[in-house]
Design a protein around this ligand. Structure first.
Ligand SMILES: NC(=O)c1ccc[n+]([C@@H]2O[C@H](COP(=O)([O-])OP(=O)(O)OC[C@H]3O[C@@H](n4cnc5c(N)ncnc54)[C@H](OP(=O)(O)O)[C@@H]3O)[C@@H](O)[C@H]2O)c1
Length: 329
């Protein structure tokens, strides 16, 4: 049976191309569950894959898409039956293994989670890797003892996928959220999601000092790089930063001073290799906390043919919230 896919290829001269093609199911990689994809999400990493950046893809031609939701078509694994809704995020799908920018995927059953009962496949992809990551980051702040009473929490990259969902989840839990965005035009949207304050990127402007006045009890950081170094200097004693991303870079001029003088914790979040039980628990909590009606203002839809342009936009920090794609439309 034929299926439709956005195929990413690399020419002999290194040029990357993205072309919509009809492929035969036989060309799909090995796996025990064949899924008919209804919706795929679009993540920062997808932008990198479609641009050939970061060495994420092992073999070309490739089909990107690090998360998708759909229905089982065939399964050689007893846990899944035809017609059941499933969600996939991470496990290097869309990087090492063909992913969600197609109407079909064949994957390992171990990588899937059942579609939560109260979510549609589109809802699941509005959340996608970004939502799962935001939930894991919130869980981690709580595990480190950061409560709404501890003080305000900063979310960086708040206009993006992880940041905007984190803003909504934290606010729903009663935290006072300072949403940091480089885009002043998103202030109204971020306040609608529950941000108490919208602050500019200048709050993390470079400073030669090793410590600054304390400001936040917790933070969820999508941007990494030099701003993360500045954030650590402004954390309250005993505060915790959940480090999620690297939109501003993967390194900074580090100092141990915030750790040893203020007991600050820097907690890494990895959504990709989370075990099944942790994923299911995070999805369950998302179904309780995430307000899809409220969040819809941050969602846009794109066709497969539009995804390379969406990729350029996400790498340039121009995407508002989440982009979802129905690969069959
Ligand atoms: N650890 C994990 O498991 C995991 C999972 C998902 C994503 N990630 C990573 O998390 C990050 C965010 O992912 P995403 O899907 O939310 O991407 P996204 O939608 O593009 O959001 C990133 C946001 O960061 C801000 N930003 C971009 N460039 C910046 C810069 N140079 N300085 C300061 N802020 C900048 C922008 O927000 P404003 O315009 O509002 O400032 C942008 O919207 C990415 O690095 C991604 O790779 C990690």
């Amino acid at each position: 049976m034929a299926f439709r896919a956005l195929v990413t290829d690399r020419g002999d001269d290194g040029t990357i191309s993205n072309t919509i093609m009809e492929l035969d199911e036989e060309s799909l990689p090995q796996g025990d569950v064949l899924v008919g994809i209804e919706w795929a999400g679009f993540n920062y990493k997808d932008g990198m894959v479609l641009a050939g950046e970061g060495g994420l893809v092992r073999q070309y031609p490739h089909v990107g898409g690090v998360d998708f939701a759909g229905r089982v078509i065939e399964s050689a694994d007893g846990r899944y039956r035809p017609g059941e809704g499933v969600v996939l995020t991470g496990w290097r799908v869309g990087e090492w293994h063909w992913g969600g920018f197609a109407t079909r995927a064949r994957v390992k059953a171990d990588w899937l989670v059942p579609l939560p009962e109260t979510l549609s496949t589109r809802d699941a992809m509005v959340l996608g890797t970004a939502g799962l990551t935001a939930m894991l980051a919130v869980n981690r702040l709580e595990a480190e003892g950061i409560t709404p009473e501890s003080g305000p929490v900063l979310v960086t990259g708040a206009g993006g996928g992880v940041g905007s969902i984190a803003t909504q989840l934290l606010s729903r839990l009663g935290y006072s959220v300072d949403a940091m965005s480089g885009r002043a035009e998103l202030a109204e949207d971020l306040k609608a999601l529950g941000a108490a304050n919208v602050v500019g990127r200048d709050v993390l402007a470079p400073s030669p000092k090793k410590l600054l006045a304390t400001r936040w009890a917790g933070a969820i950081d999508s941007v990494g790089g030099a701003p993360l170094g500045e954030l650590l200097k402004q954390m309250q004693p005993g505060g915790c930063v959940a480090a999620v991303g690297l939109a501003a870079g993967d390194g900074w001029d580090a100092s141990v001073v915030p750790f040893i003088l203020r007991g600050v914790t820097l907690a890494g979040i990895d959504s990709v290799m989370q075990p099944f039980a942790a994923r299911v628990a995070a999805w369950d909590r998302l179904t309780e906390l995430f307000d899809r009606t409220l969040y819809e203002r941050m969602v846009s839809e794109a066709g497969l043919a539009d995804l390379p342009a969406v990729g350029s936009d996400i790498l340039a920090g121009r995407i508002r919230g989440r982009v979802v794609s129905n690969p069959g439309a």
